[in-house]
Design a protein around this ligand. Structure first.
Ligand SMILES: Cc1cc2nc3c(=O)[nH]c(=O)nc-3n(C[C@H](O)[C@H](O)[C@H](O)COP(=O)(O)OP(=O)(O)OC[C@H]3O[C@@H](n4cnc5c(N)ncnc54)[C@H](O)[C@@H]3O)c2cc1C
Length: 506
């Protein structure tokens, strides 16, 4: 997702002065059970509650019964056992970017397990052990500092590895190395009984299958990931090209036709908005070879109105698209290690939806992109559609190896509306009605086009989770659903890990 830098720290003040309705308080039994965790337990009586009860999207004002700021696996184990005993749902929170506020419960009364304190990154040999509360920016920086490594994951530095990895994890290195889940070799997870399990191809293989695609919040709290980092090319080329929106038909046609033959060294996304089209990405190689790799696309597309192609290290290219404070000109890669309150724009008002396309886009779909990008809803600060080129190594793994089913995706759309990007956004303001209308009207036209031209089984990307997604379970998990339910029933029969779109028991 494209980021718009937010002014930052005033958020904390704005949040703490926000008045909220009476919040649930833990029962005496739960309070006693959590006592060993001391000040790591935050309730509505604590001053920290006013800040910690929110996550990235300030639309969501669910009131957790209790928030536990875990510092260790043992803290997670204690908290889960207490929640199970008290029969309240557990909501693990890594980076807090859930599109539906699920890491604050998705409903009132959850026990939020904040994992920010589990933020170690340690490279040993060809593996890295990463705490589940680490944000992507810090992860990139640590991997770089510990031997020049990186990892195939998303662009936004404030997204947490927890939710991101467990729902797939797509980024500008995915065409070369696959999804983030494809580089996970082991996880540690606290289950509903508070036991710490090791999960890999040989230990708890059912969970290894389920967590890699459908893991966000449904099966347990993952406390660490062991991943295989990758070595980027010594010199990479980051690029952006821009066109007026009036050129959309030719640009998008060239773009989608480029996908099947594009080099795996090309990682690329296209932002389609009323201000124009922006194609941006990173090529694994020097500038000279980048122009050759992009040649067939650039030849087929109209001449861009502007371009900016830079050769650098991978880490500089990542910083360029991270939109951290200081913007594109920030030369200090340390800015990637965001500090709380996490910026850029760690909080905002937004609504997102997605569609996963199994084949090259038809001209009717391209026409819809042009039509809807041209509209600017009243009150919106940004509204756009991101068209990601998938393929390459994403499709090397079979759709039955993990619970991630979209292995054949050609392109994935992310529809985004944002509003109220002030420097001190207050939580819980009324929605931007026009923004949501733009989103819903647009989406129903795309759905009709999808059903008519691609498939009646519409698919969406679970990392852009949406409560209004038609047949959401099939759309996100398809043929994996029966096995996912079976695994859920065997590892969490009391449904401790539940939220409005968790994997059900049956
Ligand atoms: C600004 C922005 C940019 C994005 N860019 C990309 C991108 O480039 N590529 C991409 O693929 N996606 C992208 N996403 C989507 C992102 O991957 C998902 O929103 C993801 O779920 C966020 O993870 P999180 O840990 O930050 O969120 P959280 O809200 O903390 O978690 C999301 C879900 O996972 C669960 N969860 C979190 N941690 C754990 C854990 N340790 N164990 C078990 N369950 C857990 C939560 O309970 C919740 O249900 C972006 C989202 C945003 C808002």
């Amino acid at each position: 997702m494209h980021l718009h830098t937010l002014g930052s720290a005033t958020l904390l003040l704005a949040i703490s002065s926000f008045a909220f309705a009476a919040a649930p308080t833990p029962s005496p039994q739960l309070a006693t059970c959590l006592k060993p965790l001391g000040s790591k337990v935050i309730t509505s009586k604590s001053s920290a509650y006013a800040q910690q009860r929110y996550a990235f999207d300030l639309r969501y004002t669910f009131q957790p019964e209790v928030i536990v700021m875990a510092q260790s696996e043992t803290d997670v184990q204690t908290a889960v056992k207490c929640a199970k005993q008290a029969n309240i749902p557990v909501a693990p929170r890594s980076g807090g970017h859930s599109f539906e506020g699920y890491s604050i419960g998705g409903q009132d009364g959850a026990l939020v397990l904040d994992l920010t304190g589990l933020n170690g990154v340690k490279v040993k040999g060809s593996k890295a052990k990463v705490g589940a509360g680490v944000r992507l920016g810090k992860l990139y920086l640590e991997l770089f500092n510990q031997g020049g490594w990186t990892i195939n994951a998303g662009t936004c530095p404030s997204v947490g590895i927890g939710g991101h990895a467990l729902g797939g994890g797509f980024g500008l290195l995915s065409r070369k190395y696959g999804l983030l889940i494809d580089r996970i070799v082991e996880m540690e997870m606290v289950n509903a009984d508070g036991e710490l399990l090791t999960i890999s191809a040989t230990q708890n293989p059912d969970l290894f299958y389920a967590l890699r695609g459908a893991g966000g919040g449904s099966y347990g709290v993952v406390t660490s990931f062991t991943i295989l980092p990758v070595k980027p090319a010594p010199k990479v080329t980051s690029f952006s090209y821009e066109w007026n929106l009036s050129d959309y038909a030719k640009v998008l046609k060239a773009y989608v036709n480029f996908q099947p033959t594009a080099s795996r060294d090309v990682g690329v996304e296209m932002n389609v908005a009323s201000s124009g089209l922006e194609l941006y990405g990173i090529f694994q190689g020097p500038k000279g070879t980048q122009s050759a790799a992009m040649a067939s696309f650039l030849k087929a597309a109209p001449k861009p109105r502007s371009s900016d192609v830079r050769e650098s290290r991978q880490i500089d290219a990542q910083l360029r698209f991270a939109f951290v404070e200081g913007g594109n000109n920030d030369k200090d890669i340390n800015a990637l290690a965001l500090q709380p309150p996490y910026h850029p724009g760690d909080s905002r008002y937004t609504k997102g939806k997605s569609l996963v396309y199994p084949s090259v886009l038809k001209s009717s779909t391209i026409a819809l992109l042009g039509k809807w990008a041209a509209k600017t809803p009243k009150g919106s600060t940004a509204n756009y559609i991101i068209v990601d080129l998938w393929g390459g190594a994403v499709s090397d793994t079979s759709a039955s190896d993990t619970s991630f089913i979209h292995r054949d995706a050609h392109t994935v759309f992310e529809f985004v509306a944002e509003w109220d990007e002030s420097s001190s956004p207050k939580p819980g303001k009324p929605d931007c009605k026009d923004c949501l209308k733009w989103m819903n009207d647009m989406y129903s036209e795309f759905l009709a086009d999808y059903r008519a031209n691609y498939s009646t089984s519409v698919r969406g990307y679970q990392n852009y989770i949406d409560l209004a997604m038609p047949n959401w379970m099939d759309a996100y998990y398809g043929q994996a659903v029966p096995r996912l339910k079976q695994i859920k029933a065997s590892v969490d029969p009391a449904n401790v890990f539940r939220f409005p779109q968790s994997i059900p028991l049956k």
